[in-house]
Design a protein around this ligand. Sequence first.
Ligand code: LIP
Length: 275
Amino acid sequence: MAEAKDAVTAAIGSGDIAARFEHAIAVVREAGRVAMDYYRRVDELVVESKANPLDVVSIADKEVEAVIRREIAAKFPDDGYLGEEMGIDRGKNDCLWVIDPIDGTACFVNKMPTWVISVALMVGNEAVIGLIYEPNGDELFAACIGKGATVNGKPIAASQVDNVNAGVMGVGMSHRVESAALVPFIADLLDREGMFIRNGSCALMMAYAASGRLIGYFEPHINPWDCMAGIVLMREAGGWCNGFLDAPNVLEDGAPILVAGPKVADVLSEMTGVK
Ligand code: LIP
């Protein structure tokens, strides 16, 4: 762990992270333009199923990820990549870009606007940059380690409510886990006079949690490309995150994700059983 911290400190000191942050902002906006072009003609797209009928992908996902990798590699040719559609390429240094080209694909192919471009940078085992761009609303959520979090350049902060009935909780679900992994939490939240929303995009709801629009976000299993940017946003916005990055083989296998405003973190951790 000390080596990982040293790598981050060195990368901050050298300006390597700051330079990547500035470049990646332009890249996700370009990726958003490419994605929107596909979105405007979504009826023409061939939609394929992956692990189950609702786990979908189209040429848009693949093309957007290719654009992101190409534009980053043009400036940082030694960096590595982990993407939902193109897999992992470790590169030649400590930098690993974690990419979900279209998070909320089921929404995208069904003409619903709750989808985003999600790009994160890891240095060693530390997530240091998080960018989540929602093109329909033109909202760019951005965070860089030690620099806070913003939406369209304005500072954001996690919710400060101290009761789960004082705001809406984001949830996610997939057929990668059994219904029992989520349903008891939903029932407990409702019994406490809370309420939940699932909009189909982990990253977008984590961005909303980082901006205080949601009190938190829980999904019993999530892949690293869905949540990595949201983890950076949440931490830089003063929110609490579970130990997702400490889970064994997390880049290959995923893990549960729970993020929360600081005053409801303990109760949500107890309700979900996620630490
Ligand atoms: C989706 C996540 C969502 C999860 C879905 C899917 P995708 O990502 O954002 O939270 O419940 O199963 O993984 O596939 O749209 O990039």
